[in-house]
Design a protein. Sequence first.
Length: 228
Amino acid sequence: LTRLGSVSCRALEALLPAGASAAATRADVSGVPLFPEEEAAVRRAIARRRDEFATGRACARAALESLGLPELAIPTGSAGEPRWPAGVVGSITHCDGYRACAVAREADLAALGIDAEPNRPLPERLLADVAFGDERALVRRLAGAEPDVRWDRVLFSAKEAVYKAWFPRARRRLGFEDVALTIDHRAGTFSAELPPPGLPLADGALQVLSGRWAVDGEVVLTAVAVTR
Ligand SMILES: CC(C)(COP(=O)(O)OP(=O)(O)OC[C@H]1O[C@@H](n2cnc3c(N)ncnc32)[C@H](O)[C@@H]1OP(=O)(O)O)[C@@H](O)C(=O)NCCC(=O)NCCS
């Protein structure tokens, strides 16, 4: 399989703890061969979706290689999640002008989720579906302190990263209203509180998740990692 061309993942790597490996590209990589098990996910997809999927897999193979792992199929699970080789956790993201993957050995990280979004305003309608409790006030306050960052996007992206870290272990849907997010804009971190014990959470380790955010050019990046 082909190697990634130009890789720009310093900003993403800076969000990840030791043990994680990342690969990113700003443009689709052409001609990425897919394994037959991967083809199933994009057999009927339009070219644009196929390209972003294949580039995500190319990023995944590059990131896995940095962990010393061979090129392996990463099929798509029934909920859309990437199915990593045994002993690996990881996450894939794509948005306009950015595709990336981060992986780690399960011995080092219990869960990993990443997300990329354009650093542009979230449609007001979407914000209403995403922000609950104190989160709207938080977004307004941060916009006053640091107007160049689209804090509604950071909030949205952070919740998507939480979901991607959470789902492969919990195997249960999580609503935006189920996660209470706080953001520390000076430290570049965020914290996500998930439903308390008693609700059918599959894993007690995932009740408070910590993450990091950054703006890299036009893109908001978020990452959630659960260390051992
Ligand atoms: C799955 C979801 C999180 C993807 O996020 P997105 O910003 O739309 O798109 P991204 O490009 O960043 O990520 C897509 C990748 O996420 C991964 N993904 C999809 N479903 C997933 C799941 N259930 N668990 C983990 N990863 C998943 C896949 O790798 C996918 O890329 P691929 O199909 O090329 O492999 C989003 O579409 C979704 O369903 N959100 C609703 C649930 C949610 O976010 N709840 C938040 C509660 S806090």
